[in-house]
Design a protein around this ligand. Structure first.
Ligand code: SF4
Length: 202
């Protein structure tokens, strides 16, 4: 079971397979067998103690950041995520902590949640994907339906007041045209976040 793994100068933490979305581009949906055979697929969710033990196996002084990321959506385990983040902060205050999220934590947890990250997380990286709510619904297929896109924007707006760095991401061309990227940049500027255009990978 892969709980932590290295990507460049970061240690990535894999806590759950669960996610309220079913994005058309999600690695989890790329064909039969991928779901169960991916090295990141968790047969069960690791406990907080198991996650901390796995992180403790790395010399954090050699890495720039800890990233709570896929396989699923990390805020599906918000309380556990925050407990582990606080543990990392106490153990290694210099280590930057980032959460890669679909931004639907408020709907997942049934309450406003951005303030929970204050003091424990340095960066929230939120998948914006598009400036168009209808396209978002078609591509991300959130179980919350029409409520998801505005909830994601509200979470991002709250996050700007809660943590030092809020990044919103889109995939570059050909997935997102340059015109659409500029409209997404305008959304980010309005919210106080910064846009990151991720390179498209076939
Ligand atoms: S939000 Fe992420 S984990 Fe969830 S379906 Fe989309 S790409 Fe997959």
């Amino acid at each position: 079971m892969t709980i932590t793994y290295q990507v460049k100068r970061g240690i990535y933490v894999n806590m759950t397979n669960r996610c309220p979305c079913a994005c058309t581009f999600c690695l989890r949906l790329n064909g039969p067998g991928v779901y169960g055979s991916s090295p990141l697929w968790l047969e069960r969710e690791p406990s907080v103690a198991e996650i901390e033990e796995s992180i403790a196996g790395w010399d954090l002084s050699k890495f720039d950041e800890i990233v709570f990321c896929g396989y699923g959506e990390p805020t599906e385990r918000l309380a556990d995520l925050l407990e582990v983040a606080a543990w990392v902060k106490a153990r290694s205050p210099e280590t930057r902590i980032r959460v890669n999220t679909n931004g639907l934590s408020d709907l997942v947890n049934g309450r406003p949640t951005a303030a929970d990250f204050t003091g424990k997380v340095d960066c929230l990286s939120i998948s914006l994907n598009t400036d168009d709510p209808a396209e978002y619904l078609a591509v991300c297929r959130p179980k919350f339906g029409d409520a998801a896109y505005p909830a994601m924007l509200k979470f991002a707006s709250d996050a700007v007041r809660a943590v030092p760095d809020v990044v919103m991401t889109v995939v570059g061309e050909p997935v997102t045209s340059s015109e659409k990227q500029e409209r997404c940049r305008a959304i980010c500027e309005r919210l106080g976040a910064r846009l990151r255009v991720r390179p498209y990978e076939e």
